[in-house]
Every structure is written in structure tokens, then in C-alpha cells.
Design a protein around this ligand. Structure first.
Ligand code: 2BA
Length: 108
């Protein structure tokens, strides 16, 4: 069995979860926050039999979109007396996935 963590954007989480459930996969949704943007995202936690890993990854990939986002930063000039606003565009998503071997899986 594998333990899968998938970090997806909040906008995609509902669709990803409903498609996973529709196909018989159990999911736990965790509310999470990205360290860079400091905005909310969703971490999906799943225990999966190895034979279904490909199917699960295909569902996550299909329903996780990548989006451009403008990020505001600022740069100080003249020893910190003048602040220059800077904007830069980044691409967020589709999904970031971590897969770990599960040693023991029990339900009581
Ligand atoms: P955030 O940390 O809020 O990052 C949002 C997006 O900002 C990232 O999209 C990436 O495009 C950019 N970014 C992040 N750190 C950066 C940096 N130091 N310099 C420049 N740009 C940076 P994604 O890569 O699609 O990541 C989306 C979210 O997935 C992240 O939100 C974070 O919550 C999670 N994540 C991604 N990679 C991770 C990793 N290796 N470990 C843990 N969490 C990760």
C-alpha cells in the first residue's frame, strides 16, 4: 500500500475529490497553507493499493489546473529608505504529489 499526499489548489479540490470518490477511492481533505504565497491550498491524504496508483494519479492530473498568479514583492533601495514595488508572475499547480510506502495499515 502507498500513502499519497497531493497538494492541489482550493479551486480544484472539490472536483478532484468527487472524481476520486466516484471511482471508489477514499480521500481525507486537509486544509493547508502554501509557505510561499501564504494562501490556502488543499492537501489530499490517500491510502491506495499499488495497483490503483496510476488511476489515482490520472484523476488528480486531469482535474488539477495550473494557473498564473501575479505576486507582489518589494525591493528596498538607498539603504532601505525607498521601497520599489515589484510584481512577478508565477505558475501555481496543477498538483504536487508525494508517494510513500505504508508499513502498516489498520482500521479498528
Ligand atoms: P506555495 O508555497 O504557496 O507556492 C506557490 C507557488 O509559488 C509554487 O507553485 C511555485 O510556482 C512558487 N514558488 C514556491 N516557492 C517558491 C520559491 N522559493 N521561489 C519562487 N517561486 C516559488 P507549486 O510549485 O505548484 O506549489 C503549490 C503548493 O504546493 C505550494 O504553495 C506548497 O504549498 C506546495 N508544495 C510545492 N512543492 C512542495 C514541496 N517540495 N514540499 C512541500 N510543499 C510543496
Amino acid at each position: 500500500m502507498k500513502l499519497l499526499f497531493a497538494i492541489v489548489q482550493d479551486e480544484d479540490a472539490g472536483k478532484v475529490m468527487s472524481e476520486l470518490n466516484k471511482n471508489g477511492f477514499m480521500v481525507t481533505k486537509l486544509a493547508s497553507t502554501g509557505g510561499f504565497l501564504k494562501s490556502g491550498n488543499t492537501t489530499l491524504l490517500m491510502g491506495i493499493d499499488e495497483q490503483y496508483l496510476k488511476d489515482v494519479l490520472a484523476i488528480i492530473e486531469t482535474h488539477s489546473k495550473s494557473r498564473k498568479q501575479i505576486v507582489n514583492a518589494s525591493n528596498s533601495l538607498s539603504g532601505g529608505n525607498i521601497m520599489m514595488p515589484i510584481t512577478t508572475e508565477i505558475t501555481v499547480g496543477g498538483a504536487t504529489v508525494f508517494i510513500i510506502d505504508v508499513e502498516v495499515y489498520k482500521k479498528f
